[in-house]
Design a protein around this ligand. Structure first.
Ligand code: COA
Length: 415
């Protein structure tokens, strides 16, 4: 079956996580992704967090499925010639090197446009133009600079980074959207363009509700935050709000049956105003439905600690899945806290291709995530990541190099 991005050729100069997330997504949609790696070395993640000695790490394999790998040093004379041919051949070039690295290789945006005016040139950097534009940036730096860390964690405790890789994978997702949008615009204009995503901007985009709350502070305390009900005054900036729900409906993480021995025997529980009466029935407090001390969201605000303690007395009598089974039909929003072990073993995630088992010649079978975006006419099969330089000869012959040219490039250490 034709894939959504069949025929689109991507020159993939990405490494580590943010860029590879982007190009893996495009590969899942059917683009031909040619990953350019340094001869003999490759993407540094191949040998990071190694679990099977001698094999590519899970860090690398899980970010580089459905791609082909060519080794090439564009800094050598022959390598620069081949790289120029690859730019002529491809539609999109993606990179997430430190600022200026591509220019230092001799391939500035101006030079790339001269070689191929239809080229879409997409980059991830840590920061946009300004004081920090030259900085190298990793995940947690972006989470801190994008407003996530200052608003995550518990009140009175240190700022906290989140496990979700919103700086790396989040920015990779933003970049992928920028690329397909530029490809669409090119169908009208015939021209390429530059696509840039700064990790700080990507994180802030995902934390916008906290920028919303920053401005609401000018109008008074954030009444739905637990600290308001606890009588703790607000400072000048959006505070950390523990496990409060961000949408204004009171929510907390509560213990379930077995919590003493299982670190994930918890549920998220939202006392949504629209189903307050159902909540009262479920937790055995029908009298709270009409009691003027509990009946409206406003009067409940100073009583949230007491209310959630009562809800927790009930959730502790059920396991987290029973809580879901009882509350879901009553439209009470709850969510079991699933461990990675439970997710890895979940049969429905395997059926939908969200969790996939892949075979690899060096490391054998392993689990990975499949494409979370499902297209009815462009299904994604997950194909194992390439070995370093596995497709070098194939790709170089596709762009017109003879076997003598390829041998000469090898002699010059260009590939
Ligand atoms: N052949 C020869 N040299 C190559 C090459 C190849 N195929 N591919 C890369 N290189 C060289 C580059 O030319 C550059 O050399 P230079 O600094 O002498 O110009 C170097 O390898 C790569 O440098 P850099 O990007 O600085 O790598 P790093 O390991 O020092 O830094 C990051 C890593 C992630 C911090 C940095 O790349 C960065 O800030 N990227 C942008 C933000 C980002 O994406 N961060 C998240 C990553 S998940």
């Amino acid at each position: 079956m034709e894939k959504a991005l069949s025929g689109v050729k991507i020159l993939d100069m990405t490494h580590v996580q943010s860029g590879p997330t982007c190009t893996q997504l495009l590969a899942w949609f059917g683009a031909d992704v040619i990953k350019v790696e340094r001869p003999g070395v490759g993407d540094a993640t191949r040998k990071q967090l190694v679990d099977v000695p001698g094999a590519d790490s899970l860090y690398f394999t899980m970010l580089n499925h459905n791609k082909r790998s060519v080794t090439l040093n564009p800094k050598s004379e022959k390598g620069a010639e081949i790289f120029t041919k690859l730019i002529e051949h491809c539609d999109v070039m993606v990179e997430n090197f430190a600022p200026g690295a591509l220019d230092r290789m001799g391939f500035s945006w101006e030079r790339i446009q001269e070689i191929n005016p239809r080229m879409i040139y997409a980059s991830v950097k840590g920061f946009g133009p300004g004081a920090y534009a030259d900085c190298k940036v990793y995940e947690n730096v972006a989470q801190c600079a994008g407003g996530s860390a200052s608003t995550t964690g518990h009140l009175g405790d240190v700022p906290m980074v989140t496990a979700a890789q919103i700086g790396d994978s989040g920015t990779g997702l933003h970049l992928a959207l920028g690329i397909v949008t530029a490809l669409f615009q090119r169908t009208h204009t015939g021209k390429g363009q530059r696509v840039e995503c700064a990790m700080q901007d990507g994180v802030l985009n995902l934390c916008r509700v906290k920028l919303r709350d920053q401005q609401r502070l000018a109008a008074g305390p954030l009444k739905e935050y637990s600290q308001h009900g606890q009588g703790i005054p607000f400072g000048e900036a959006t505070p950390r709000a523990g496990n409060d729900s961000g949408g204004g409906q009171p929510g907390r993480i509560l213990k379930c049956k077995g919590w003493e021995n299982d670190p994930n025997a918890y549920t998220y529980f939202i006392t949504q105003a629209a189903v307050w009466k159902n909540v009262c029935d479920v937790i055995g407090k029908p009298e709270w439905k009409e009691d003027p001390e509990y009946a409206t969201p406003e009067v409940r605000l100073p009583r949230l600690d007491e209310i959630f303690e009562t809800v927790e007395e009930w959730t502790m009598t059920k396991d987290k899945f029973e809580v879901m089974e009882i509350c879901n039909p009553l439209n009470i929003p709850v969510g079991p806290i699933l461990s990675m072990k439970e997710i890895a073993e979940d049969p429905s995630l395997r059926e939908t291709g969200t969790v996939v088992e892949v075979d690899h010649p060096e490391r054998g079978k392993y689990l990975t995530v499949g494409n979370p975006i499902k297209l009815s006419d462009s299904p994604s099969d997950v194909v194992r990541s390439p070995l370093l330089g596995e497709h070098t000869e194939q790709i170089l012959s596709e762009i017109g190099l003879s076997s003598e040219d390829i041998a000469a490039a090898r002699d010059d250490s260009a590939i």
